[in-house]
Write a protein that binds this ligand. Structure first.
Ligand code: GLN
Length: 197
């Protein structure tokens, strides 16, 4: 069983993730400064505004320690802005926006969640080998994965304007979704993620 899971708590939907992790009986810690990463067994990067998360992380000297922790094998679960922040490349970064580059994908910000794409839909998410779960997903100005690099597994797709759009990916121990499984208080994605440690 997992000892402690951190939630990057610079901006965005931090409390929703903490609530779900609490419900699952996991010890949690808000991560704001590098020493908060010490001894963690997993890290959640929440939704919010990725350019703000990036700016704050750099101003708290957290970006490099986050990269190092992920490189050392810390399991990461990223949702929405978290996916953007983990991507190697953005189609439409905010001016000066940087990312952690943990996932070999290209992401377009703010691709779904307006009139072009209904805010809620059921998405099948491959949470483990041979296990997929139908998740009621909220898309809120959600990103879209426009390029998937070698070694990146697609774990969720949703019908978009030009065919199926990639809305969930995994590379090594980094799992990222473009929507919010936590918005409806659904703990199943987190639970499966914890089981994968
Ligand atoms: N549009 C946001 C961004 O660029 C992501 C939206 C979200 O996290 N709900 O970070």
């Amino acid at each position: 069983m997992v000892a402690t899971v951190g939630v990057l708590a610079l901006q965005g939907g931090v409390e929703e993730h903490l609530r779900i992790l609490d419900e699952l009986g996991v010890a949690t810690r808000r991560v704001r400064v590098p020493r908060d990463l010490d001894g963690l067994d997993g890290l959640v990067i929440p939704g919010g505004e990725s350019s703000v998360i990036d700016k704050l992380a750099r101003s708290f000297d957290l970006a490099e320690p986050l990269r190092d922790a992920a490189a050392a094998g810390l399991p990461v679960l990223a949702t929405c802005a978290g996916l953007i922040y983990c991507a190697r490349e953005l189609d439409n970064p905010a001016p000066g926006q940087q990312t952690l580059g943990l996932l070999d994908v290209t992401v377009r910000r703010n691709a779904f969640g307006n009139q072009r794409f209904s805010a809620e839909r059921t998405v099948d998410v491959v949470v483990a080998k041979d296990q997929s779960l139908p998740i009621e997903a909220s898309f809120i100005r959600a990103p879209l994965v426009t390029r998937v690099g070698e070694g990146v597994e697609v774990i969720a797709t949703a019908p978009g304007e030009d065919g199926d759009a990639v809305v969930g990916v995994r590379q090594g121990r980094v799992t990222a979704l473009s929507f919010h499984p936590e918005e409806n208080g659904d703990a199943r994605v987190h639970s499966a993620w914890l089981d994968s440690f």
